[in-house]
Design a protein around this ligand. Structure first.
Ligand SMILES: Cc1cc2nc3c(=O)[nH]c(=O)nc-3n(C[C@H](O)[C@H](O)[C@H](O)COP(=O)(O)OP(=O)(O)OC[C@H]3O[C@@H](n4cnc5c(N)ncnc54)[C@H](O)[C@@H]3O)c2cc1C
Length: 393
């Protein structure tokens, strides 16, 4: 087996949002992505104030602002009561950001040749001096100064660090982007619909594209249909028809095939993270590799961006020839992130149970208690500011 000295001092496993964002906050980086190109499929992410602050710290916020409409309010309709509640977003910045535009903006801001495609990390070994070696699927071994796992929910790096596999939440999400080439008529707001066992929402990303999602209990047939965009579209349309929303039906009908997806939601208990497993020697994790969570709060991607900025600050002044300095910086990073990831992870899970509305008790709490208290105060978590990319003391 060939042991390559990595030309870059920092090796990132995974070229998704976390990998590209982390690469933007650091120097002397190589990103290894298992796919042969950026994974530009999928629809949108809701990016709130905290995510925009992180994108601004990386210098890509304004590029993305130009391409996405700022939304003014969230209307929530309960199908049980027929009532609608409105949350005014005048003190918030919220946009539905197309996943592919986010990835392209991050990738274009990186020096050329930072991302190496078609390379999959298959194992990590720690040497006696606590430095680690990465083994790729083709047998190549690389020995960088720092290894950062941004390899998503089924992370090889997280597994090596001692995290358990993610859990299935029992719910699945249909998503897509309806395209209106001549422009759509939707106002800059989202409509959330809380139905019986189904939650749905839609709203404009820009002048021609409208994002929608529907979540419901997972079914055994989901894996089979998830690769067939025609069936996905048809199933989603039926669910929207059941909810009685004609506008949403129209948006779903106009979905572009490669924007359609059906994802089964996964999360991980964060206790091992609290116990300090997110760092070992010169290895750590960022994004879903560290804290996969259910998407009801719309914060998983933004948390990955916050992680990236924080890690960039922790490593900013570290002498990468000094393993003890690296280890201390990674420990500091984990220390800074664990409270935030825990808080958002718990809130997402609770939101998920309530929003699913499929058992009588959560449904009762959702419709009788949460609905009446919907207010901008519930967006408190979006106030987090990871700050500019300056050294973290
Ligand atoms: C249905 C749904 C809706 C969501 N909505 C929102 C939202 O509205 N707002 C929000 O902020 N977040 C949202 N999220 C969460 C968000 O999508 C994730 O948190 C975010 O994509 C995580 O990015 P990541 O880079 O950590 O992981 P990923 O996007 O999974 O990227 C991991 C990358 O690593 C690569 N990889 C994996 N293994 C290896 C390996 N061994 N070697 C090399 N490369 C590897 C993969 O190919 C992939 O490109 C949602 C998630 C879901 C499922």
């Amino acid at each position: 087996m060939a042991l390559m000295q990595s030309k870059s001092k920092i090796l990132i496993a995974g070229g998704g949002i976390a990998g590209l964002a982390t690469a933007l906050t650091l120097h002397s980086i190589t990103v290894l992505e298992q796919a042969n190109s950026l994974r530009l499929t999928g629809a949108c992410l809701t990016i709130w104030d905290n995510g925009w602050r992180a994108l601004d710290a990386m210098g890509v916020g304004d590029t993305l602002r130009r391409e996405h409409t700022q939304l003014q309010r969230i209307d929530t309709l309960s199908t049980t009561s027929g009532l609608t509640k409105c949350i005014d977003l005048q003190h918030h910045e919220m946009r539905l950001v197309q996943r592919k535009k986010l990835l392209v903006a991050l990738a274009q801001a990186l020096p050329s040749n930072t991302i190496r495609f078609g390379l999959k990390i298959s194992a990590i070994h720690q040497r006696q001096d606590r430095s680690s070696i990465v083994t790729l699927e083709d047998g190549t071994q690389i020995s960088p100064k720092v290894i950062i796992g941004c390899d998503g929910v089924n992370s090889t790096v997280a597994k090596w660090l001692g995290f358990g596999p993610p859990n299935l939440a029992g719910r699945s999400v249909f998503q897509g982007l309806g395209n209106f080439p001549q422009g759509h008529h939707f106002q800059p707001k989202t409509l959330e619909i809380w139905g019986n066992g189904i939650t749905a929402a839609f709203g404009p990303c820009n002048e021609t594209d409208v994002f929608w999602y529907l979540s419901r209990k997972s079914l055994s047939s989901d894996a089979e249909i998830s690769y067939n965009s025609t069936i996905l579209q048809e199933k989603a349309r039926h669910l929207a028809e059941d909810l009685g929303n004609k506008e949403m039906v129209e948006v779903i009908k106009r979905s572009t095939p490669n924007s359609l997806s059906l994802t089964s939601m996964k999360y991980r208990y964060l206790w091992p993270f609290i116990a300090g497993k997110a760092q070992k020697g010169n290895v750590t994790v960022v994004g879903d590799a560290m804290h996969p969570m259910t998407p009801e709060l719309g914060q998983g991607g933004a948390l990955a961006l916050e992680d990236s900025v924080t890690l960039g600050k922790c490593l900013a002044e570290v002498d990468l020839e000094k393993p003890a300095e690296i280890e201390a910086a990674l420990k500091k990073y984990v220390e800074h992130r664990k409270g935030r990831a825990f808080e958002i992870g718990v809130q997402s899970s609770v939101s998920g149970i309530l929003q699913s509305g499929s058992w009588w008790l959560p449904k009762l709490i959702r419709d009788k208690v949460v609905f009446n208290r919907l207010s901008p105060k519930m967006l408190h978590h979006t106030g987090y500011d990871c700050g500019p990319l300056q050294i973290l003391s």
